[in-house]
Every structure is written in C-alpha cells, then in structure tokens.
Design a protein around this ligand. Structure first.
Ligand SMILES: O=C(NC/C=C/[C@H]1O[C@@H](n2cnc(C(F)(F)F)c2)[C@H](O)[C@@H]1O)c1cc([N+](=O)[O-])cc(O)c1O
Ligand SMILES: [Mg+2]
Length: 218
C-alpha cells in the first residue's frame, strides 16, 4: 500500500523538524513542498502576510476553516498570546489525523482544538460546545465555494463581533468570486486585498482581509 501525500508530508516533518519547534515544522513543510511535492499549504510567502495579520490582531480566540495538514494551524497557534486558543475545523478524517500529529510535533496541542466535521454542522454548535462568545480572528482556507455561505453562517450565529478580522486565502487562485464581491460591497465589512503568489509557484494569488463592522440594526 502506498502512502498519501499528507502522510509523506508528515514523515518529512518527523524526519527533519525539531520536536517542539514550530518554526522548524513550518520550515520543513515548506522545504518538502518546494523540493518534493506541491501541497495546498498557504506557504512561506502568503504565510508571512498571515503572520503579520495574526500578530496585529493578537487573537485570544481564533477560528480556522480548513486544517488540511496543519501548516497554517501551526503558523497561527505559534503567534497566539498566552492563554490564546485556536479552533480549527477539518472535514477529512485522514487529513485531520495527519494534522493532529503535525500540531503535536510543533508542541502546540495545548492551544489548538481540532474539530472533525463540516462547517454547516459545526459552526452552529461552537458557542454551546466550546463556550465561544465570538472570534477575534477567522482564517478561511477550506472549499472556496463554502467561503460565502460560511461567513453568512458565522454572522447568523453571532460569532463575529465589531472588529473581528476575517482573512481569506486564495481569493485569486483558485478564487472565491462570490465571497470577494460580498465582503467588498457589504457595508458590514471594511475589506482590503494583499497581493501575493500561489504557494510554491509564480502564479498570482492573494489574501483578502475583512474587518467586520457589525450590523446597522439596533
Ligand atoms: O482547494 C483548495 N483548498 C481547499 C481546502 C480544503 C480543505 O478544507 C477541508 N475542509 C472542508 N470543510 C471544512 C470545514 F472547515 F468547513 F469544516 C474543512 C477539506 O477537507 C480540505 O482539507 C486550495 C487549492 C489551491 N490550488 O492551487 O488549487 C491552493 C490553495 O491554497 C487551496 O487552499
Ligand atoms: Mg489555500
């Protein structure tokens, strides 16, 4: 039986990265994806933009949709303030199993809660299940056609507050046109675009940062 790409990525981490050293976990995944196999991690170039936004927000509570192998999970969790927490949702059990081990290798298991399942099922349960009031930071990197329905769901479940920062990967490639039109035209968001490149390639891609302003009704 042959291994999967996430399993080969995990093995590269376990072989090359220092246990407990999040920076070396990130560096080894990037080395694997640059030199061995491309994988859909946000990568080093867009990752630096993610880092700067997370550092600016300094979230006590963050949400990530789309864990995959845990690369951006580790990038975000390593920058959280003391006591800060990251909840990350992953639909695919095999990816979730790999991500758990990547997060553990980075020594960040105490500040990360990985939840297996779909956004439609889990977003409405986050308040009661995890005692969440609202998120300070949300990172969207899951199925691109789910960005728009899921930001509406986050609004409906009152999981965003005035000033919550929502950062979305891949708004150019593969693209999330309906999501982009919404956050750029809605009075409920102050949106800005960070041009970059698709992970490990020269193709253009970018991140959209949208600050939730709250609703107009009383
Ligand atoms: O398709 C891309 N990403 C899709 C990523 C999808 C990942 O998000 C998970 N998910 C689904 N629902 C949830 C939740 F949370 F809702 F439950 C989590 C899926 O199981 C998968 O691991 C992609 C593609 C390219 N590319 O170049 O083709 C580049 C990229 O950076 C990309 O992110
Ligand atoms: Mg992505």
């Amino acid at each position: 039986t042959h291994s999967s790409r996430p399993q080969r990525l995990l093995r590269a981490v376990q072989k090359g990265a220092v246990r407990g050293d999040a920076r070396s976990v990130v560096a080894n995944i990037d080395r694997f994806c640059h030199h061995s196999e491309w994988a859909m991690n946000i990568g080093d170039e867009k990752g630096a933009i993610l880092d700067s936004v997370v550092s600016e927000v300094n979230p006590a509570l963050a949400l990530e949709l789309g864990t995959y192998c845990g690369y951006s999970t580790v990038r975000i969790a390593r920058l959280l303030p003391p006591g800060g927490r990251l909840i990350t949702l992953e639909f695919n059990p095999e990816y979730a199993a790999v991500a758990r081990q990547v997060i553990e290798w980075a020594g960040l298991e105490d500040s990360v809660q990985l939840v297996e399942g779909g956004s439609g099922d889990w977003i409405p349960q986050l308040k009661e299940h995890f005692g969440v009031q609202s998120f300070d930071f949300v990172f969207l990197d899951h199925w691109k056609e789910r960005y728009l329905p899921d930001i509406h769901l986050l609004e409906e479940c009152e999981l965003l507050r005035k000033g919550t920062v929502v950062l979305a990967d891949n708004v150019v490639c593969p693209g999330a046109p309906d999501y982009l039109a919404y956050v750029r035209n809605s009075p409920a968001y102050q949106s800005s675009y960070f041009q970059s490149h698709l992970e490990y390639t020269k193709a253009v891609d970018g991140l959209e940062k949208s600050v939730y302003l709250g609703t107009t009704d009383a």
